[in-house]
Design a binder for this molecule. Structure first.
Ligand SMILES: *Cc1c(COP(=O)(O)O)cnc(C)c1O
Length: 520
């Protein structure tokens, strides 16, 4: 056993890991990485097929990001944001606001206030959980100060995941992650989220395609959402905020929303005066691609229609929804939105970003918010309206320098072309998996894919979680030189943007062979 592996086994407690299993095996010790390839202490190479748990964007050891960090390192690594400003954090904040702002998005009248909210302020923190804690605290207190709610409550989606700290976990709805801490968590309400593959309202028989593409339903999920807001209002306790992962719920099992759902859900929340709290921790910085992936997601501009083609909510351009336009499907790489909300023209009041923000280099996160919410915290010092919250490493210079460099790479036309190519490559390659009877659903949103494994695609019968089917398939993939982590029975494929065609083919080969060898 490698001496570093021995040290790990002796001293380290790994996250989300049954350590008894861990201690039985020699762990893979990563010593270096280049592009999409990781190298271990024995010199073996692996493709990083989940971007190091959804963080890496452009590959490891990227020359531009390396150089930016080195430049910053020669000046200073860190000084506090409590009482001091710094260069990279200021430049990054300007860039984040410019990128996240939906210039040209349809504006809507909102409860007497003209225009739609626009993200104008950046509050830095360290990771996705803390970015969501900040969003939660800001929503809670601003709702009370604005007189919208006395006891702010939050509505979240079924199977939501927003992080592991107590506040973020209180917004989560994955039983396994929260039941132990139930006594520590505050209550948040849960509402049905679209999960077309396993939706009880979807009457379609399974097909060999993304369930969103062949579903037959009447958008019952949206009706239920609306009823929920109405019921809460009748109780005279309107929701302070609606919390959601836009376009695709990650830790829930890579569960994508059919085109049009997010826009309509956001409209409903707005009509009921709830703040829109978007968790773009996984989806941010280009991960959701061009929005034109064949199958499940059409162009975001298509009208909301039942799967029988009947329009459910007939709306016109005057309502701020552009009519279907065939050319909309041809997204030019130049208008590649970097955030999932932008695919559906949704303007959140609070937006949390983290994972990919530094290109996967350093732990840094941000919560973006509006001038309105910011304004609720302005006052005389003696009024103590200050937002009393902040972390030691907030606005860290090295992280900000890495994030700035990463965003520059994202703007590069070559990166846009690569992402578009990868998105289509992924779709084409993953289609080979349909021939396996244990592949029930393949769902892709941009550069994110989840492959749901079942006992038989015709019955959709799931594997018992105790059988570790997903885990065993991923272990077999590792032996074939591909690293990823499953979510239950869903295998996640989310490689860095630099993955080339033959690497993508290698990933899908490894998955194909592993499913066959482990589950047949
Ligand atoms: C990973 C994740 C988080 C938590 O982020 P950490 O950096 O792990 O704290 C929150 N929300 C979503 C959607 C995530 O994917």
């Amino acid at each position: 056993m490698h001496p570093l592996a021995r040290l790990d086994l002796r001293y380290i407690w790994h996250p989300f890991t049954q350590m008894r299993d861990w201690l039985r095996r020699e762990p893979i010790v990563i010593v270096s990485g280049r592009g999409a390839v990781l190298r271990d202490a024995h010199g073996r190479q692996y493709i990083d097929a989940n971007s190091s748990i959804w963080t890496n964007l452009h590959g490891h050891n990227h020359p531009a990001i390396n150089a930016a960090i080195q430049r910053q390192l020669k000046r200073i690594a860190h000084s506090s944001a409590l009482g001091l400003a710094n260069e990279p954090a200021s430049l990054l904040a300007e860039k984040l606001i410019a990128t996240a702002d939906l210039a040209g998005a349809p504006t809507r009248k909102r409860a007497g206030k003209p225009g739609s909210p626009r993200l104008r302020r950046v509050f830095y923190s360290d990771d996705g959980s803390t970015a969501m804690e900040v969003a939660l605290k800001l929503a809670f207190e601003s709702s009370r100060r604005a007189g919208r709610c006395r006891k702010p409550r939050f509505l979240t989606l079924a199977s939501a995941y927003h992080g592991d700290t107590i506040g973020a976990a209180s917004l989560g709805q994955i039983h396994l992650f929260r039941h132990t801490w139930e006594g520590l968590l505050f209550k948040s309400d849960e509402v049905m989220a679209p999960y077309c593959y396993r939706c009880r309202y979807n009457v379609a028989k399974p097909e060999r395609a993304d369930a969103r593409a062949y579903r037959k339903c009447k958008w019952e999920c949206l009706e239920i959402l609306e009823r929920r807001f109405v019921a809460q209002k009748k109780r005279d306790e309107p929701y302070a905020g609606f919390v959601f992962e836009p376009l695709i719920q990650g830790a829930a099992g890579m569960i994508p929303q059919p085109a049009g759902w997010l826009r309509r859900a956001a409209e409903i929340a707005r009509q009921h005066n709830a703040l829109l709290i978007a968790d773009e921790v996984m989806t941010g910085f280009g991960r959701t691609g061009s929005g034109t992936t064949p199958d499940g997601r059409g162009p975001a501009t298509q009208p909301l229609a039942g799967s029988d083609g009947a329009s459910v909510q007939p709306r016109t351009a005057a309502d701020g929804v552009r009519p279907a336009h065939p050319e909309a499907a041809v997204v030019q790489p130049t208008n590649f939105p970097l955030f999932a909300c932008q695919h559906e023209s949704v303007n959140p009041d609070l937006m949390a970003v983290a994972k990919g923000m530094t290109g996967g280099y350093l732990p840094m996160a941000a919560t973006l918010t509006t001038a309105e919410i910011f304004g609720e915290f302005l006052g005389e010092y003696s009024e103590f309206k200050t937002f009393f919250h902040g972390h030691s490493y907030t606005a860290n210079q090295l992280g900000a320098a890495a994030a700035l460099a990463s965003m520059e790479v994202l703007e590069n036309p070559r990166s846009k072309r690569d992402r578009l190519r990868l998105e289509h490559d992924m779709h084409a390659q993953l289609a080979r998996l349909w021939e396996l009877p244990q592949v029930g659903d393949i769902r892709q949103v941009g550069l994110i894919a989840g492959i749901e494994l079942v006992k038989d695609w015709r019955t959709k019968e799931p594997f018992d979680l105790r059988d570790r089917a997903g885990m065993r398939v991923c272990e077999a993939m590792a032996r074939r030189g591909v690293l990823t982590r499953p979510i239950g029975n869903v295998v996640v494929i989310m490689p860095p943007y630099c993955v080339n065609g033959s690497q993508m083919a290698h990933i899908v080969d490894a998955l194909h062979q592993s499913v066959k060898s482990v589950l047949d």
